[in-house]
Design a protein around this ligand. Sequence first.
Ligand code: PMT
Length: 402
Amino acid sequence: MQRLYRKRIVLGVGGGIAAYKSAELVRRLRDHGAEVRVVMTQGGREFITPLTLQALSGHPVHLDLLDPAAEAAMGHIELARWADLVLIAPATADLMARLAQGVANDLLTTVVLATNAPVALAPAMNQAMWADPATQANREQLLARGIRLFGPGSGSQACGDIGMGRMLEAEELARAAADCFETGMLTGRHLLITAGPTQENIDPVRYITNHSSGKMGFALAEAAAEAGARVTLVTGPVFLPTPDRVQRIDVVSARDMLAACEAAMPCDILIAAAAVADYRPEVVAPHKLKKDPSTGDGLLLQMVRNPDILATLAGRADRPFCVGFAAETENLLEYAARKLRDKNLDLIVANDVANPSIGFNSEDNAVSVIDRQQHETRFGQASKGHIARALVAFIAERYKES
Ligand code: PMT
């Protein structure tokens, strides 16, 4: 159930005997990759302890609207914004009635009012309470407001009755929760993306680097995460915030970047947007280099080749679908096509960095993607975010065909 991967679920636990199933539900949701924060009503706490749900969810349970300490840690508005889905299981007759009326007299009902995320209820109550016209009217009202109902199911009940009102089982609820999310183009895929420059030390205070800001690689990581992928972003030193739901690994040198990429393998798709230093000083001086009168005004640095990260990963037995970037100042398409062949790539994104408005550290980009058949697809000038989303859609399409 890849659709739950990295989804953020606020699980509301109401005061019904079915609350014991919420513990299993937390486990199932987490097994499917979701992050779960639990909010309990006063009644819920009578049936299952917050400690149990804290241990299973891995986070403190949210209990009170008027608890200054809890509000300072993650307040009700933050919780409401954080959620991709608010799922209430069990939803008692009382909770349904309060929600139908838009009452906000505890933390859970307040979160429901404050969230823009979908809300789903798993009703659980005695069959006569479920059949009561008041509950049915509340049910209609909730459905009319776009709130989803998962169940209830029918069968024997804790009170001895038989009929409608049983809460669905944990796995059924996890599946229904997954159905709330669309499948993205890259759902279930692991993308490894490199970004930014590398720094190659000369001595303890100096290094060789380039003008890459990381903007292009970070925009790709964000677009890939939006498309549902699990994203590992290996980046050289940059000053950018980590995109939401992206696992970031910071590195300094080309050799660090290669080691981090190898550790992140296997992946389905590799996008190498980093501007990796091709050479590094052969020896890193242990102390700050001093001006040497014997060499006059010159300084000779002996450089050695760095490993090629992209070519190394493209040469592995578990080779991913490989997308390179080529930053060129002349003969753009010819040089890019050569890199595609030499590095054994599936696609290469040719980037004309002679134009300062679309290259290193710019807000915009304009690129051509070349495939193995030498077909060129042009993406006209637009923000790096826009180009990244278009590239991710294009790459996902080509990956599926491969
Ligand atoms: O970071 P920004 O400021 O947003 O700028 C974006 C960018 C211009 C850096 C980016 O769009 C880009 O073009 N990145 C590739 C830069 C580059 O120098 O490419 P290259 O021609 O040296 O390398 C070709 C490909 O091999 C690249 O995918 C590169 O990541 C990879 N490579 C290169 C050398 C090496 N040792 N290891 C590699 O993996």
